[in-house]
Design a protein around this ligand. Structure first.
Ligand SMILES: Cc1cc2nc3c(=O)[nH]c(=O)nc-3n(C[C@H](O)[C@H](O)[C@H](O)COP(=O)(O)OP(=O)(O)OC[C@H]3O[C@@H](n4cnc5c(N)ncnc54)[C@H](O)[C@@H]3O)c2cc1C
Length: 492
């Protein structure tokens, strides 16, 4: 049996600046490139078809590059343990290499099983850290400088000519459920794969970043002026270091302020993932346990209305329909729909997090869950922000371009009336041939009342001794110095 190094691709679907692949190329073994789509993801509401589609497009792209080497990525669906077991019957596995995943509880549980299995077979699994992310990180004292050192470091040069690969013909015969990769295509949702990732990066650095900070909160123009790199980062088509370095190269020619704001956010990416890596239970549990006493009941009718974009608040509804169709919302709109769900509708954040996790093409558990808890005010560390959807609407979509696009039933109304269709007079209803509550729902809640009720309840808990004790515990776990605490509060 031939001895192989298996490079297990997870959320790192690229062939450049890839530490495990670099390592494999320097081993003297044949290399088998592997991707597994875990069968448990099919039944999960969090891991959606949309994510799989993006991964299949990314794999297609990689296979195009690997064609010249008479290989590709063995892409299979199934139970990871069974797949590794079967592979160990066909190959003598010298080593498995991969990036270490800060994933959801189900991928974490899977990894523990794989670790045990490989150990029982005497196979070493070498897990490489993602940029800036430390497992078992006990102190954040040097975290920032370590992150900076890593992104500044030279990108790993991957020379595929150095490797000897297990060929397509060899692995296609293996009795697996092989996945069919897909040609990336431009459609409503961003296409997967490195080629598109590089196009987005290039157009952002050359042109689109001008006006980044001015437009970052606007639901319509942020789609153009923000980088739109999140999905390519989440699925690893690009490494953070290469983005960071290319952005540095552009600083002199581009709009410095915009690029600096952008670069700061690249650090936030790792900062949030590190939080999740350190405390993975926040996928399900309130980060600050003092908040366990509230939002324990689900109103199925309201949850459905929120998911379907039928709450009676146009900007919220436009966002919910837009994300279902395109998989993307800018930061402010994400924060607003979560705020509406958890504060105004007073629903458990876990229900919303599952739904939006499946919708977001860039679903990254390490950002998603900590951000959800921040917006739901269950961390006890951040200012409680209760967004008023009407105010957001007037500030960020005054001409109702975004609302009109996603709520065609309101397009008959002039921009001045579209933000509050429930306030139309009977005369206006006749004039615009629009029926309040029939053509578009009346508001589910009165936001003035719901907002102040939520604020009162949350502040009361926040002031409690239990919440303070919990906050101190959380701060100790995630942050150290007062300067760091201040920096954290400024994270939007
Ligand atoms: C409730 C909620 C859930 C979120 N879930 C996700 C998620 O699953 N995956 C995800 O990538 N982002 C998530 N975000 C963060 C943020 O909204 C997106 O990263 C950003 O909108 C993506 O657009 P962009 O790539 O154009 O970002 P840009 O503004 O161009 O930023 C560049 C990159 O920096 C990182 N980044 C930007 N903003 C943040 C932030 N606030 N926190 C952490 N990293 C950031 C992302 O990797 C992003 O691609 C969430 C935010 C909220 C409020």
């Amino acid at each position: 049996m031939q001895s192989v190094t298996i490079v297990w691709f997870k959320r790192d679907l690229r062939l450049s600046d890839h530490a495990p692949l670099f390592h494999a190329l320097n081993s003297n073994r044949k290399i088998l490139l592997l991707f597994i789509y875990d069968s448990f993801m099919r039944g999960s509401t969090l891991h959606s078809e949309r994510h799989l589609h993006f991964q299949l497009e990314s794999l297609y792209d990689l296979n195009q590059q690997l064609k010249h080497f008479n290989t590709g990525i063995l892409s299979v669906e199934g139970n990871a343990a069974e797949i590794f077991l079967m592979l160990s019957e066909h190959f003598s596995i010298g080593e498995v290499v991969s990036y270490r995943e800060s994933g959801t509880s189900d991928t974490f549980a899977r990894d523990k099983i794989i670790q045990k299995l490989l150990r029982s077979k005497g196979i070493h699994w070498n897990e490489f850290p993602r940029t800036g992310i430390k497992r078992g990180c006990e102190s954040r004292q040097t975290w920032c400088s370590d992150w900076e050192e890593q992104v500044r470091g030279e990108a790993l040069i991957i020379d595929l000519h150095k490797g000897l690969f297990v060929s397509n013909t060899e692995f296609n015969q293996l009795p697996f459920k092989h996945l069919e990769t897909r040609t990336p295509q431009k459609r409503f949702v961003q296409p997967g794969g490195r080629s598109y990732a590089l196009q987005y990066l290039h157009s952002f650095l050359v042109e689109r970043h001008r006006g980044y900070f001015k437009h970052i909160s606007k639901p319509e123009s942020a789609r153009f002026h923000c980088s739109r790199l999140s999905a390519y980062i989440a699925w690893g088509n690009l490494s953070i270091s290469e983005i960071w370095q290319k952005a540095q190269d552009t600083l002199l020619e581009g709009s410095r302020r915009d690029l600096q704001q952008f670069v700061t956010r690249l650090k936030w990416q790792a900062h949030f993932v590190q939080k999740f890596e350190t405390d993975g239970r926040i996928e399900f549990e309130n980060q600050n346990a003092a908040f366990n006493v509230v939002r324990n009941d689900v109103n199925l009718h309201w949850v459905k209305a929120w998911k379907d974009g039928l709450t009676g608040y146009p900007l919220v509804d436009a966002c919910m329909r837009c994300v279902a169709e395109t998989g993307y919302l800018n930061f402010r709109m994400r924060a607003m729909v979560v705020s509406f769900f958890t504060h105004h509708l007073w629903q458990p954040w876990q229900v919303g997090a599952e739904w939006l996790g499946a919708q977001f093409l860039d679903f990254e558990p390490g950002i998603h869950f900590p951000q959800f808890q921040m917006q739901a005010a269950t961390t006890g560390l951040h200012t409680i922000r209760i967004y008023d959807p009407l105010k957001q609407s007037l500030e960020h979509d005054l001409d109702a371009v975004f609302i009109g696009k996603w709520l065609p039933e309101l397009a008959v109304l002039p921009a001045g009336l579209i933000h509050q269709p429930h306030l139309l007079t009977p005369l206006e209803e006749r004039l615009y041939n629009f029926r309040r509550g029939i053509d578009y729902p009346l508001p589910l809640v009165d936001i003035k009342a719901s907002g102040s009720k939520a604020g009162e309840m949350l502040w009361q808990i926040l002031k409690s001794q239990e919440a303070q004790r919990e906050s101190a515990r959380i701060l100790k776990m995630h942050v150290i110095s007062p300067a760091r605490k201040k920096a954290m509060r400024s994270l939007r």
